[in-house]
Design a protein around this ligand. Structure first.
Ligand code: ADP
Ligand code: ZN
Ligand code: ZN
Length: 812
């Protein structure tokens, strides 16, 4: 996903569509209104601005031609335009000397806004529109400035006369002493001093500053591995690298140093992190190291704060943008480095149109700017490990006594795919990215080490795979400073907790328990007639939430009261199956005398809830943090000595080619949270599939072994990185048109090197029947193009008006 394949489009994008058929052009075309931006026509000959109206409908994709004065706008200008009967905002995506539309039919924008989009972000958006089969307008909306405007306030400065003032009261003296500064509540007093010529008062942009709690920064002497990694990064301008290091190995310190080096070169930096609420420490460390040079771009900011941070980046007042996936659109001018922290994290994928992947977009931006890209993870995705040259941090930076030094070796920059290099070096067509081209490399990145002796892990070997049996309690701490992991076989168990888990939890002061399922019971059935309670809108089971006395659909949010009796047969006995976090919390509370902190989507309903809960857990003498995958994210609790994963195979049961990868990452990430302090720790993994390769590898902290076997499995089945996937979903209230639309799209797509799977029915969601079509392709660009064309054609057909179409390139 890291190698862009195509040349960035020129700003005058898709010229063939510019003027469009008469009917299409007519929507945006009217007579020039007097007093518009163009002004009087005789002055200079107006030019044509190609403008994309910022509207979300698929049907209205432009660009459309408008008349402007020369010099009034440039590519990236934001304008207000008359558009049919509406007034819309639009983005200038190109300038031209003439239009296919007669000049007297063209109109002018009514206003040019103060803010504008940097030109390279316009190019980026137009590329995204094609790459993700969406409209230019939807992609441009992602790079447009956030709503809001600058706030001005009175600013007072002492004049030279104030150096030796005549009579002043003590208050006035104190007031002068604090200047220069914003007037605030002192404005009346300052106005009096202004009259006496002692201060000047002007208006100035007043920044609305987001709250951060900078972590105390400290001097760190880099380990040899960190030094080697940084040297390699510094020596490779314009290239992408994967920093693969266990949790606590000092990756963040490497990001910080690489960022400092970029700033030193007068370059700007973008740092992408997973959800900020769950990874406050990374943000805090950047804030501590770089102060106001950091701009924060996350969703919890107020509108004013977000606007100010955007503007500070746009003006280069701030030069390090830190934020979640959307921060990839930060308006930095001289991008020199993009960091993608926790690159495996699912939050980098946007799950609504445009379904972009911030990692892929980051790679494109880096390529556009000739910038370095640094992705880091303890559990990198197989495709990233395959594509990028790897730098390793094999041991914890603050390893437990006696554990550290053993790790050996300086960072070993490993030869990855040769394409790992030189995005800046041109040859954009030469897709190092082309998955097909990868074949001769033989999975380079992960080969070579210990390939032998790991045969047991053969994919598909499943339970039979010998040697995979969990070793009875590896009691010694891992040489890399990682805690030992014990796999507990839950086949035939009748309780949510294995006796050993129960004992360990009771004996531990602070622990983290992961169960990736919220609610009380996953489903209810009638004991007499077998009825299962399902969502009326979606074909899925309803989940029991006892605290609310409700059954909930986790897909559409439908809620209903918990049934007292079966409405089918009248029976009073209803069985509750499975256990979610709510139920396990209740069971743990009964069994243990330890405060329990539950963290899942139910307890984290408000924005502040997560940081508050994590802070309370951090401060607690004893405590158990229980929750969904949220508990395995970036926090650092040094006094946690036990990590527990319940139902570790839950993620394996999803019919998804990423199931293995997710399962491995979840266990390995949780293991990374345990035993970070001097007392060390251990990890227990409960599962009914103790021999599953992902679980076995995670229990051994064997990321290399996992990547190797997973890549082999993907090669066999033609999954990324050996092919690209495109998923098309059609949906409608009735099944027939949804199926017909999918069939029609399938018929229209005929691309060499592309396998078409489906249309296959998906479960009904939000009252809509759905069909899915999956393309598996080694001809990515051609397949994307064909998909876009097929979907657009179907979208225009009257017969399919009631059908929703969604395209997901690189689904996750
Ligand atoms: P990661 O990002 O890989 O999880 P961090 O960069 O957060 O690792 O480092 C983990 C801890 O180790 C942090 O407290 C950090 O300050 C510390 N650390 C990082 N590098 C060093 C070093 N070279 N020497 C000592 N401590 C270090
Ligand atoms: Zn019944
Ligand atoms: Zn539902």
């Amino acid at each position: 996903m890291y190698r862009p394949r195509r040349r960035p489009p020129r700003a005058a994008h898709r010229p063939a569509r510019v003027a469009g058929p008469a009917s299409r052009a007519a929507a945006g075309v009217r007579r020039v209104s007097p007093g518009a931006v163009t002004g009087p026509c005789e002055a200079t000959r107006p030019v044509i601005a190609r403008i994309e109206p910022l509207t979300t409908t698929r049907r209205l994709s432009g660009p459309f031609d408008y008349l402007v004065e020369p010099g009034a706008v440039t590519v990236g200008s934001l304008v207000r335009i008359p558009f049919g009967h509406q007034k819309l905002e639009g983005v200038v995506v190109g300038l031209a000397e003439s239009s296919e539309v007669p000049e007297e039919k063209l109109v002018a924008p009514t206003a040019v806004l103060d803010d504008s989009i940097p030109r390279d972000l316009v190019d980026l958006a137009l590329w995204m529109a094609e790459e993700y089969c969406t409209t230019p307008a939807r992609a441009l909306a992602l790079v447009a400035p956030p709503p809001g405007k600058a706030k001005y306030a009175f600013w007072a400065e002492p004049t030279p006369a104030a150096a030796d003032p005549p009579r002043l009261t003590d208050n006035q003296r104190a007031l002068l002493a604090r200047l220069p500064g914003f007037a605030g509540g002192d404005l009346p007093a300052l106005r009096r001093l202004e009259k006496r010529g002692l201060v000047t008062i002007t208006q100035r942009v007043a920044r609305r500053v987001p709250r951060t709690n900078p972590a105390p920064d400290r001097e760190i002497t880099l380990t040899p591995e960190q030094v080697a990694a940084l040297e390699e990064i510094e020596a490779s301008p314009g290239e992408a690298r994967l920093l693969h290091g266990v949790t606590g190995s000092g990756k963040t310190e490497v990001y910080l140093r690489a960022a400092a080096a970029a700033l030193e070169r007068d370059e700007d930096v973008i740092v992408l992190v997973p959800e900020i609420a769950l990874t406050p420490q990374t943000v805090a460390r950047f804030a501590a190291r770089f102060g106001d040079t950091v701009a924060l771009l996350h969703s919890a900011l107020s509108e004013g704060e977000r606007y100010d941070e955007w503007r500070r980046l746009r003006t280069r007042e701030a030069r390090v943008a830190v934020g979640p996936r959307s921060a990839v659109f930060a308006p930095v001018a001289r991008l020199g480095l993009v960091v993608v922290d926790e690159e495996h994290d699912a939050s980098y994928k946007q799950e609504s149109d445009p379904r972009y992947d911030a990692r892929h977009v980051a790679a494109y931006r880096a390529y556009q700017a000739g910038a370095r890209l640094l992705a880091g993870s303890a559990t990198p995705r197989p495709e990233t490990a395959y594509r990028l040259k790897r730098l390793r941090l094999p041991t914890r930076a603050t390893a437990t006594p006696g554990a550290g030094a053993a790790g050996g070796g300086a960072a070993t920059p490993e030869e990855g795919a040769p394409g790992g290099g030189a995005p800046g070096g041109g040859a954009p067509g030469g897709g190092a990215a082309t998955p097909g081209a990868g074949a001769p490399r033989g999975g380079g990145a992960t080969r070579g080490e210990g390939a032998a002796g790991r045969g047991a892990a053969a994919p598909g070997a499943g339970a039979a795979g010998g040697g995979a049996a969990p070793r009875a309690g590896a009691s010694r701490a891992d040489a890399r400073g990682l805690p030992p992991v014990r796999v507990l076989d839950m086949r035939g168990a009748h309780h949510a907790l294995h006796p050993e888990t129960r004992r360990a939890l009771a004996a531990t002061r602070k622990s983290i328990v992961l169960l990736n399922r919220r609610g009380w019971s996953n489903f209810l059935t009638c004991k007499s007639c077998g009825k299962a309670w399902e969502c009326p809108n979606c074909d899925v089971a309803l989940v029991l939430h006892r605290a609310e006395n409700a059954l909930q659909c986790h897909h559409c949010g439908h809620r209903e009261r918990v049934p007292q009796r079966c409405d089918h047969c009248g029976s009073l006995s209803v069985a509750r199956h499975g256990a979610g976090t709510e139920r396990v919390e209740a069971e743990l509370a009964q069994a243990l005398d330890i405060p329990i902190f539950r963290l899942d989507a139910d307890t984290a309903a408000t924005k502040d809830a997560v940081p508050r809960l994590l802070a309370r857990f951090q401060q607690a003498e004893t405590g158990l943090l229980l929750g969904t995958q949220m508990v395995a994210k970036g926090h650092d609790f040094p006094d946690v000595t036990l990590g527990v994963v319940l139902d570790a195979d839950a993620t394996l049961r999803f019919p998804d080619f990423r199931a293995e990868e997710r399962t491995f990452a979840l266990i390995a990430q949780l293991a990374g949270r345990a035993g970070r302090g001097p007392r060390g720790g251990r990890v227990l993994v409960q599962t009914t599939t103790p021999d599953a390769p992902a679980i076995v590898a995670a229990a051994r902290h064997d990321a290399d072994g996992f990547l190797e076997q997973e890549l082999e499995r993907r090669r066999l089945h033609g999954y990324p990185p050996f092919a690209d996937l495109i998923r098309i979903v059609t949906s409608a209230v009735d099944a027939a048109p949804a199926r017909a639309a999918a069939t029609e799209i399938a018929r229209a797509i005929d691309v060499p090197g592309t396998q078409l799977l489906g249309p296959a029915p998906l479960f009904r969601l939000r009252g809509r029947e759905r069909y899915q079509l999956v393309l598996k392709t080694t001809e990515r660009a051609a397949a994307i193009q064909a998909t876009g064309a097929a979907v657009e054609a179907v979208a225009r057909e009257k017969a399919f008006r009631a059908v929703n179409l969604s395209v997901d390139v690189d689904p996750t």
